[in-house]
Design a protein around this ligand. Structure first.
Ligand code: TXA
Ligand code: MG
Length: 322
C-alpha cells in the first residue's frame, strides 16, 4: 500500500491496529501458529493490499479469522461434523474449508472466487482481543514476503514487511511456529489439506475415523487453479485487447479505447485510472458482471506485468483457457 508509513521499532497498540484496519490498511497479527498479515476481509482494496505486500504471483484463497464459532456461522454453513470439530479444536490452530454463505460480507478476492471459505478461530490473546473489538472478519495469510519463511516473532514481520504494514502487534514468539491444520469435507470424509499441530489422530478421535490425506505433496495445499469449483466465465475471454470488436464487453484498465464508444460496448471498469490495487479488488466481481451481461464475448485491456498485475494476469490467463 503506497500510503502506508514505515512503522517504528516500537510495537503498536490494539487501538492503533483497529484504526489501521478501519482505514483498509494492514496489521501484523500474532496468532498461536505464526504471525498473520491481517486486513479487513470485507474490504476488497485492503485484501488486494495483502497480495501486493506479499508479492504473491497468484490470488491464493486466504484464511479468514473470526472470534468464535457463532461469528464463523455468519459466514459459512456448518455440517454436524464441522460443528464437532469446531467444539473440539476452536479456538486453536485448526482451519475448516466450508460452503461460503451468499449473505457473507467477505470480499470475493479472499476466496479467489471459490464457493468455499476457509475459517479459523485463533487462540492467541491479542488476536482474540482485536477480533472482539473490531467485529469484522480478518483475512490473514502468514506475514512474510511470498516464498520467505513464516514469521514467528514481531521482529520477523518488521524485517520482512515493515514498510508495508501500518501496525504490528507484538504478542511474543508464537507457540506452534507452523501454520494451522486445514481440512475440507467431501460427503462423510474429512480431507486433510495441510498438516499442522492438530494431527490426523486427534481428528479421528473426534470424528470416529481417520481423515483422508489430500492429493498432492504432503505439507502443501491444493493450488486454487486446480480446484474444480474454480470460477471461469462462460463467455470467451480475449486478453490484451487494445481495441474492441462488435458484441464484446470491455474489462477496462485505464482509459477505454475509442472503438469501445464506437461499438457502444458495455464497460466493466477494473480501474478506470489504471490502479492495480483497485483492479485486483474489482477483478472477480467485474468478470462475473461482464459474463452476466448481454455481450457475446469479453475483452480485457492489457494489464502491466508488475506488482499485483502478475497475479491479475495469472487469473485472467486461467479464465481465458478454462
Ligand atoms: O496458521 C495459519 O493458518 C496462518 C495464521 C496467520 O492464521 N494463516 C495461514 O494462511 O497460513 P494462508 O493464507 O497462508 O494459508 C491459507 C491456505 C492457502 O494455501 C490456501 O490454498 C488454503 O489455505 N485455502 C484457503 N481457502 C481455501 C479454500 N476455499 N479451499 C481450499 N484451500 C483453501
Ligand atoms: Mg504462508
Amino acid at each position: 500500500m503506497s500510503n502506508a508509513k514505515t512503522i517504528s521499532q516500537e510495537s503498536s497498540t490494539v487501538e492503533e491496529a483497529l484504526t489501521a484496519l478501519d482505514q483498509g490498511r494492514l496489521v501484523g497479527l500474532p496468532t498461536e501458529t505464526v504471525y498473520g498479515l491481517a486486513a479487513d476481509a470485507t474490504k476488497g482494496q485492503a485484501v488486494a493490499g495483502i497480495f501486493a505486500a506479499k508479492g504473491r504471483p497468484q490470488f491464493n484463497p486466504l484464511i479468514v479469522h473470526v472470534k468464535n464459532s457463532a461469528k464463523a456461522a455468519e459466514l459459512v454453513d456448518f455440517s454436524p461434523m464441522a460443528d464437532k470439530l469446531a467444539t473440539a479444536f476452536w479456538p486453536g490452530p485448526f482451519t475448516m474449508v466450508l460452503p461460503h454463505k451468499s449473505t457473507s460480507p467477505v470480499h470475493p478476492l479472499v476466496t479467489a472466487d471459490l464457493d468455499t471459505l476457509a475459517v479459523r478461530v485463533p487462540a492467541h490473546r491479542l488476536a482474540q482481543e482485536l477480533l472482539a473489538k473490531y467485529g469484522h472478519p480478518l483475512a490473514a495469510p502468514s506475514a512474510n514476503p511470498s516464498g520467505a519463511i513464516s514469521p514467528t516473532t514481531a521482529q520477523h514481520v518488521r524485517d520482512g514487511l515493515g514498510g508495508k504494514v501500518a501496525a504490528i502487534l507484538d504478542g511474543g514468539p508464537c507457540d506452534a511456529g507452523i501454520e494451522s491444520t486445514i481440512v475440507k469435507f467431501e460427503g462423510d470424509d474429512v480431507i486433510l489439506l495441510r498438516p499442522g499441530s492438530i494431527t490426523p489422530d486427534m481428528i479421528a478421535a473426534v470424528t470416529g475415523r481417520p481423515p483422508v490425506i489430500g492429493k498432492g505433496t504432503p505439507g502443501t495445499v491444493e493450488a486454487p487453479g486446480q480446484l474444480r469449483s474454480h470460477y471461469a466465465p462462460t463467455k470467451p475471454l480475449r486478453l490484451n485487447a487494445h481495441d474492441i470488436c462488435g458484441g464484446e464487453a470491455l474489462l477496462q484498465f485505464g482509459p477505454a479505447p475509442a472503438t469501445a464508444a464506437a461499438h457502444d460496448a458495455p464497460l466493466f471498469p477494473l480501474s478506470a485510472t489504471g490502479d492495480l490495487t483497485e483492479a485486483a479488488a474489482n477483478l472477480f466481481a467485474q468478470l462475473r458482471a461482464a459474463d452476466a451481461s448481454d455481450a457475446a464475448a469479453i475483452a480485457v485491456m492489457p494489464i502491466p506485468m508488475d506488482g499485483l498485475g502478475i497475479a491479475i494476469n495469472d487469473r485472467l490467463g486461467r479464465a481465458a483457457h478454462d
